[in-house]
Design a protein. Structure first.
Length: 315
């Protein structure tokens, strides 16, 4: 995975959070919960000595976990994790705690979008060196399934049946219960080891898009504006705020929709449609990580939303 090592000089005014985030009320209705919002390498990021990172190495902000959604199927007492991040231990603990029933401290299934480090490497903690899990259903597209089966250490998880791989297909729904359905769809991205998908998550009453990684919107065969109109929530890639954020890299090699590009693209949507959009997956340099930043306030004033850890959305 590429190292995004440049960031603004100004020090974030965001407070360092020390509260135990699991001190939350149980969720009683089918819901999505935000378990992380940061880009793959987290915040602070390795090798970063700028002000957006330096103060966090000794005073970690526990709200800055790597991007992940949790889904609680309260009607069937089950939990599902979207992405297996390096922060998977804390994220699963939060998700299962919110379920209320402590009989199962693991999840009932994991959905992976693609083979970049923040999205699958947490699976290593399911092996015999850690939890040594038993047959955790893990939903993957064909190419990443082959990657897991034929490359260590992931192949050991498969051999030992720590995970059971379930092949999913483009635009084919996975029926998890009579009220919960998940549909993968292909999106353009850097596909070195796997294809990349987003997910449509359909609950008993509402539906969400989850697209944490994609190249520029114009590269996708689908019209993102039309896809937003079909759902109630759209969790969209906001890796970089703008092109000036990374001053030592060729941005053409790490294409993402800049937030300022997305704001421009979506500006003619009605307030109701703009309010469906929840930006997520922030590089450590992205000022949207700081809820007090000028950029965060500007995005909110325009009617969009910004994902924050432990935000909840009823399905």
């Amino acid at each position: 995975m590429l190292l995004f090592s440049s960031c603004e000089q100004k020090k974030s005014s965001e407070a360092v959070i020390g509260k135990n985030t699991t001190d939350e009320k149980n969720i009683s209705a089918p819901s999505i919960v935000i378990l992380g919002t940061a880009q793959d390498a987290g915040s602070p990021q390795i090798g970063c000595n700028k002000s957006c990172c330096s103060h966090l190495f000794n005073n970690a902000n526990i709200k800055r976990h790597v991007v992940s959604l949790g889904v609680l199927d309260t009607e069937n007492n089950k939990t599902y994790l979207f992405e297996a991040t390096p922060d998977i231990g804390a994220q699963i603990e939060i998700l299962t705690h919110l379920k209320g029933d402590k009989s199962n401290t693991l999840v009932d299934g994991i959905f992976i979008t693609h083979a970049h480090i923040g999205h699958y490497t947490g699976l290593m903690f399911l092996g015999k060196e850690a939890t040594n899990t038993d047959k955790i259903p893990t939903y993957t597209m064909p190419r990443i399934k082959s990657f897991f089966e034929n490359n260590g250490p992931w192949s050991q998880l498969v051999k030992n049946k720590n995970i059971i791989l379930h092949t999913i297909e483009n635009e084919t729904p996975v029926q998890l219960s009579n009220t919960l359905e998940v549909t993968p769809f292909l999106v353009p991205h850097r596909d070195e080891f796997s294809e990349t998908v987003g997910y449509k998550i359909k609950g008993p009453n509402k539906t969400a898009l989850f697209i944490p990684d994609i190249d520029k919107w114009k590269k996708w065969d689908e019209d993102i504006i039309e896809e937003i109109k079909k759902v109630d929530y759209a969790f969209l890639d906001a890796t970089f705020y703008d092109g000036d954020e990374i001053n030592n890299r060729d941005m053409s090699q790490i294409p993402h929709p800049f937030v300022i590009e997305s704001l421009k693209k979506f500006e003619k949507l009605s307030f109701q449609e703009r309010n469906k959009i929840i930006f997520i997956h922030f590089n450590h340099t992205n000022p949207l990580l700081n809820p007090e930043s000028m950029e965060s306030n500007s995005v909110l004033e325009k009617g969009f939303r910004i994902a924050r850890k432990l935000d909840k959305f009823k399905l």
